[in-house]
Write a protein that binds this ligand. Structure first.
Ligand SMILES: NC(=O)c1ccc[n+]([C@@H]2O[C@H](COP(=O)([O-])OP(=O)(O)OC[C@H]3O[C@@H](n4cnc5c(N)ncnc54)[C@H](OP(=O)(O)O)[C@@H]3O)[C@@H](O)[C@H]2O)c1
Length: 292
C-alpha cells in the first residue's frame, strides 16, 4: 500500500479523497482540525510530519476557505493556514524525501483576463484569500521539494458549503433569487478533483526522477459558465420553478471581490498526467441525485 498523510478530514476535498481511495493502492490517513489544529499548533507541523511512522507523501486538503471572513474577520488565521502551514508541510516532506501535494485556487489571479488562465499568466490575487494562497504557493515553491501545487476552481460536492448547496437552499426558500452574471468559471466536482490528485500522486511516486512543473491547473471539464447560468442550470436540474435574476458583482457587493474570469486552462495537467476531468455537469447530476 502507498500511505499518504492528508491534512483535512471533513472538508469537500478530503471527504472526496477518502471515497476515491477505496479499492486503490492508496491508504490515506486523514488529520482533522480537532486532532491537530494547523493554526493553533502551526509551530509543531514539521515535528508532526517527522513523527509519522511510514508515509510515502502528504496531501494538503486543508485551507481557510471562507473568502469573506478571510478578508475582514480573520486575516491572521487565513494567513497561517493558507501561507505558513503549507511551507512547514513542504519542508517536512523535503526532509523525509517524500512528495508534497498542495492545493491552491483560481483566486491567485485578478480575473481581468479575457481568456482562460494558463500557467504563464501573471498572478495578481483577486482578494486577501487569494493573497494568502499565493503566498502559500510561493513559500512551497521556495522549498523546492518533490510534488506540485494544483490550482482549482469552484469546488462543489455533497459535503460542506458550496455554491450549488447555497443556490439549492435559496431556491427552495424564495420565488426569485438574484445571482451575479459577471463571474465565469469552471465548476469542479470534488470527487473528480480527488481522482485527479490521486492520479498525479500515483504518477509522481512511480516517476521519482521526473521533475514536475511547480504548478498545475485542475478544473471541471466541459464549458465554462457564469454564476447566473450555473444557478439557473442547478434549479432547472432539480425541477424547481424559482426565477433567477442577473445582477452585477458590484450590485451583489460581497465583502471580498471575486475574479470575473475564474477559468483555468488545464492543458498542462492533462498532457502531464494523461487525465481530462469529466464534464462538471456529470458531477452535478451525480451530486443532485443525492441531495437534490
Ligand atoms: N471550495 C472552493 O470552491 C475552492 C476553490 C478553489 C480552490 N479551493 C482549494 O481547494 C482545497 C480544498 O478546499 P475544500 O473546498 O475542500 O475546503 P473545505 O471544504 O472548506 O475544507 C477545509 C478543510 O480545512 C481543514 N481546516 C480548516 N481549518 C483548519 C485548522 N485550523 N486546522 C486543521 N485543518 C483545518 C478542515 O478541517 P476538518 O476536516 O477538521 O473540517 C477541512 O478539512 C483548498 O486548498 C482550497 O483553497 C477550493
Amino acid at each position: 500500500m502507498t500511505c499518504i498523510l492528508v491534512f483535512g478530514k471533513n472538508g469537500q476535498l478530503a471527504t472526496a479523497l477518502a471515497e476515491a481511495s477505496v479499492g486503490t493502492e492508496f491508504q490515506l490517513e486523514f488529520v482533522s482540525s480537532f486532532e491537530f489544529n494547523l493554526i493553533k499548533q502551526a509551530a509543531d507541523i514539521q515535528e508532526y510530519i517527522a513523527n509519522e511512522a511510514s508515509i510515502d507523501g502528504v496531501i494538503n486538503a486543508s485551507a481557510y476557505t471562507n473568502v469573506d471572513k478571510a478578508e475582514m474577520q480573520a486575516p491572521e488565521e487565513a494567513w497561517v493556514l493558507n501561507a505558513l502551514a503549507p511551507e512547514k508541510m513542504a519542508k517536512a516532506c523535503k526532509a523525509r524525501n517524500i512528495p508534497f501535494f498542495h492545493v491552491s485556487t483560481e483566486s491567485v489571479f485578478d480575473g481581468e483576463s479575457s481568456t482562460p488562465y494558463t500557467l504563464n499568466c501573471v498572478v495578481n490575487p483577486a482578494n486577501f484569500y487569494g493573497l494568502t494562497k499565493l503566498e502559500g504557493e510561493r513559500l512551497v515553491q521556495a522549498v523546492n521539494g518533490a510534488g506540485a501545487i494544483f490550482r482549482t476552481s469552484w469546488v462543489f460536492s455533497n459535503t460542506g458549503d458550496n455554491f450549488v448547496k447555497i443556490i439549492l437552499g435559496l431556491a427552495k426558500k424564495y420565488n426569485t433569487i438574484r445571482v451575479v452574471h459577471d463571474q465565469i468559471g469552471l465548476p469542479t466536482f470534488a470527487p473528480d478533483l480527488a481522482n485527479a490528485l490521486l492520479t498525479a500522486a500515483r504518477y509522481t511516486l512511480a516517476n521519482p526522477a521526473k521533475k514536475l512543473d511547480p504548478v498545475y491547473h485542475i478544473a471541471g471539464g466541459g464549458m465554462s459558465i457564469s454564476r447566473y447560468d450555473f444557478a439557473k442550470y442547478i434549479i432547472q436540474s432539480v425541477g424547481l420553478k424559482t426565477k433567477v435574476e442577473p445582477i452585477s458583482s458590484q450590485q451583489f457587493a460581497a465583502i471580498a471581490p471575486r475574479p470575473h474570469n475564474a477559468v483555468l486552462d488545464t492543458g498542462s495537467f492533462t498532457s502531464t498526467f494523461g487525465v481530462d476531468l469529466p464534464d462538471w455537469k456529470i458531477g452535478l447530476k451525480h451530486m443532485l441525485s443525492k441531495v437534490g
